[in-house]
Design a protein around this ligand. Structure first.
Ligand SMILES: Nc1ncnc2c1ncn2[C@@H]1O[C@H](COP(=O)(O)OP(=O)(O)OP(=O)(O)O)[C@@H](O)[C@H]1O
Ligand SMILES: [Mg+2]
Length: 306
């Protein structure tokens, strides 16, 4: 659905101190294939190149090198057709709304911009979907951040595009609104292909089928959260909290610190059986036992480490 080949973008920035221009390679030969119906997460430190990638894919800025296609259309040569397939929330997207218009008027305005002259039904449908009915006639300068996010998403969805680019769609909104929007996206957008950039790794793990970690404009890791976890640790950790740590000293790959026993194992079932045996035979009191896998945060840290 989305194919990116060798995508590159360099910005020049004036360095006032040294009075010369410096080059910043914001996106550095990125290759990606995103399948239909997939939610694809983009993660990476500040300045990694996520927004620049989304802006190029959205036809908002031109690449220096490489090519991209969206739903079969070349993003540079067929920009108009690409735009017709897209809904985009990028950069400071709520600023794109007209603060002196009501929510409903904003939707009408943007529908007209897209040559949708008979959009009343669609607009009502979106207002309903996002729960904005009560405030539809209020000026959006009075809207909360969460409501502005909902309205911006409604605008992006006006022409029911098959593809959505969401750059930090939930940043700055409260947990209840986030929860509503995530559920709405899960329930209503199943057929849509989505690129989702965020710093919230829980949100990324919950929402995305696959993810790419970008660092300094380059993709350093790519795969499903599950695949990336397996790549980072080809084992799992079993952690036991007990006062009788001595009973576990003979297990393979064990580390004991204070009252915590940590065992690395590739065969969790067998190791757990072994532990149960020890616990029963020696009649040990175990406070807590849990199995650990790496978090997306650990994967992120490992990926950006130089
Ligand atoms: N219009 C521009 N002119 C000059 N430099 C730019 C411009 N836009 C982006 N950059 C630079 O390109 C690099 C990548 O920025 P980008 O906004 O794509 O990062 P990001 O991954 O979205 O970061 P964040 O997580 O902070 O949103 C940064 O070094 C940024 O300063
Ligand atoms: Mg960004």
């Amino acid at each position: 659905m989305i194919v990116i080949n060798n995508l590159t973008k360099t910005f020049t920035r004036k360095n006032k101190k040294e009075k010369k221009k410096e080059k910043i390679v914001a996106v550095d030969h990125i290759n990606l294939k995103i399948n239909k119906g997939e939610i694809f997460g983009l993660i990476g430190p500040n300045g990694a190149g996520k927004t620049t990638t989304i802006k190029m894919l959205s036809t908002l800025i031109l690449p220096d090198e490489g090519s991209m296609s969206v739903n079969g259309f070349d993003v540079v040569k067929d920009a108009e057709k690409v735009r017709n397939n897209l809904g985009v929330l990028a950069g400071e997207f709520t600023r794109a709304l007209y603060w002196r218009l009501s929510g409903k008027q904003n939707l009408k305005f943007f529908a007209n911009l897209r040559n949708m002259w008979d959009a009343d039904e669609r607009i009502d449908e979106l207002i309903e979907l996002f729960g904005l009915k009560e405030q539809e006639n209020e000026l959006i300068m009075k809207y909360s951040t969460g409501m502005k996010h909902k309205l911006a998403l409604a605008v992006a969805l006006l022409n029911d595009p098959p593809i959505l680019f969401l750059d930090e769609p939930l940043t700055g909104i409260d947990p209840v609104t986030s929860f509503q929007l995530k559920n709405l996206i899960k329930d209503e957008f199943q057929d849509k292909t989505i690129i989702w950039a965020s710093h919230n790794l829980y949100e990324i793990e919950e929402m995305c089928d696959r993810i790419a970690l970008i660092n300094d404009g380059k993709i350093v890791l790519e795969g499903s959260p599950e695949e990336l976890k397996k790549k980072l640790w080809d084992y799992e950790k079993i952690v036991i909290v007990t006062d009788n740590t001595d009973a576990f000293t003979n297990i393979n790959d064990v580390e004991i610190k204070n009252n915590v026993v940590e065992i690395k194992t590739k065969d969790v079932t067998n190791t757990l059986l072994g532990i149960t045996n020890i616990v029963q035979k020696k009649n040990i009191r175990v406070e807590e036992i849990k199995t650990l896998r790496p978090t997306l945060e650990e994967i992120f840290m490992a990926g950006v480490k130089k």
